[in-house]
Design a binder for this molecule. Sequence first.
Ligand SMILES: [Fe+2]
Length: 136
Amino acid sequence: MNIEWTSDLATGVAEIDNQHKEIFSRFDRLFTACSEGKGKEEVLLLLNFLADYVKEHFAAEERLQLRNAYPDYPNHKAEHARFMADVAKLQAEFKAEGATLSLVIMTNKTLTSWLTQHIKKRDTEVAAYIRQEGGR
Ligand SMILES: [Fe+2]
């Protein structure tokens, strides 16, 4: 799978678009490493990156939604919380078992569903709403 940020995901808010681009490039790095049989070396780096970076990114997205009175804010925020919980679970799994194949596979699954279910659907809905409202 080739992970690339595309302009249909643009929210028009530079901070968020740049964060999405960074997240996509990190996901791509893990998926590439996996296809080269080096997933175990990359998986902890990615989980640590996500735990820090995504927290800040979600806060920025949530501020944007509040500022624009986004109607689906509570559900969107709940999905963010679920993803953070998933990442914490994967980190705990790493602590307990190390970089096992099953951890790499679970991480890939979590990221793939995050990309397709959240970023490509939910975040795109936010972007469309904000464009339609003129954005603040
Ligand atoms: Fe989001």
